[in-house]
Design a protein around this ligand. Structure first.
Ligand SMILES: [Zn+2]
Ligand SMILES: [Zn+2]
Length: 364
């Protein structure tokens, strides 16, 4: 079988023949139908995320269960699924029982990631999954049964794979973590693949205004398709914080979401909130928080928190998103820029890296 291998950070991936271990206890072999290229893959390929090389990136997978290992109860061969980095939950621990399955302590996703590496290259080197424990830039992969959600069999696979990361991360941060209220105001730092899903989630929640903040006018324009009511270009706007205040009756926004990995955007976005506002960090911003003062949390009672991949309840939410898409209430078609075969994966990656597109899909 073929896989796209990252041997050296920052270099093009190498598409080559590999072998794959059979699924062990609790594991599932997936025949990959479609996998989206995400910015987390770009970060991993560029060496900006921790992890050893060589490896196989790709973590937004839709496909079919090919074979199951011992003790697998969640899926059976032939099931259409998405495979993701989210912990579906053991169903028994404290967090699973209080409805926070993504916080499950019964399944150790870190250990699953560390174990990783079911693909083996021609030299006998074990290839690690990159940007999450999936290894999806390959014709087949092996993952834990606790990373899977079953999808309707009539959902197109190129749409379905988007549900495995970008959609759940954005939409879920709005509905599961922030629980955005109708008529409240929202700012979204970064109008990329995840940002667009925060925007459409906020529109779905009945928020107004929904203000997209980015440095590219074309993305701000695209954000309107997903429900943004206003756009602020921080590269052009002299005082973006003041601009948000003007759009929110002088108060500042009720909710803010950071979808880009920038500490500066985190600070600016937090400043854009009004009193009691909640700021949710979604994108991995590398850096420390030394320019935040304890006093500003007291005076304004603002909340700064995060959301782990949309605080997603894998089985419940993915099924929900599939229903919303089929009912015309969730935009997936508009997220897709292009389809590529695995052999042209470096073109798909370069196109995403140029900043011009939201998602490119590798089709098998
Ligand atoms: Zn992703
Ligand atoms: Zn659990």
């Amino acid at each position: 079988m073929k896989a796209a291998i990252c041997y050296e950070a920052g270099k093009p991936l190498v598409v080559d023949e590999v072998t794959l271990d059979a699924p062990e206890k609790g594991e599932v072999k997936i025949r990959v139908s479609a996998v989206a290229v995400c910015h987390s893959d770009l970060h991993a390929i560029k060496g900006e995320l921790p992890g050893k090389l060589p490896g196989v990136p790709g973590h937004e997978v839709a496909g079919y269960v090919e074979e199951i290992g011992e003790g697998v109860t969640q899926v059976k061969p032939g099931d259409p699924i998405v495979a993701s980095c989210v912990n579906a939950g053991c169903g028994h621990c404290y967090y699973c029982n209080v409805g926070l399955r993504h916080m499950c302590t019964g399944i150790d996703m870190r250990a699953i990631f560390e174990k990783g590496g079911h693909h083996i290259d021609k030299n006998g080197t074990r290839l690690r999954p990159m940007a999450g424990p999936v290894g999806g830039f390959a014709e087949y992969t092996v993952v834990s049964q606790y990373q899977l959600a079953i999808i309707p069999d009539d959902l197109p696979m190129d749409r379905a794979c988007l549900l495995a990361c970008g959609v759940m991360t954005g939409f879920g941060a709005v509905h599961n973590r922030a629980q955005v209220k109708p008529m409240s105001s929202v700012i979204v730092m970064g109008a990329g693949g995840v940002g667009m899903n925060v925007i459409q989630g906020s529109a779905h929640a009945g928020a107004y205004p929904i203000i997209a903040v980015d440095i590219r006018d074309d993305k701000l324009e695209m954000a309107k398709i997903f429900g943004a009511t206003h756009g602020i270009n921080t590269a052009k706007e002299k005082d973006p914080v003041e601009a948000v205040r003007k759009l929110t009756s002088g108060r500042g926004a009720d909710y803010g979401f950071l979808t880009v990995g920038s500490m500066e955007a985190l600070r600016t976005g937090f400043n854009m909130l009004g009193r009691r506002g909640m700021f949710v960090v979604i994108g991995i911003a590398m850096g420390d928080m030394k320019d935040f003062r304890a006093g500003e949390f007291i005076g304004s009672e603002k909340i700064l928190t995060g959301s782990m991949m949309g605080s997603t309840r894998l089985d419940i939410d993915v099924a929900r998103y599939a229903e919303l898409y089929q009912a015309g209430q969730l935009k997936l078609d508009e997220l897709i820029a292009g389809h590529y075969p695995l052999d042209k994966i470096n073109e798909a990656i370069a196109s995403l890296d140029s900043g011009a597109v939201l998602r490119n899909i590798i089709m098998f």
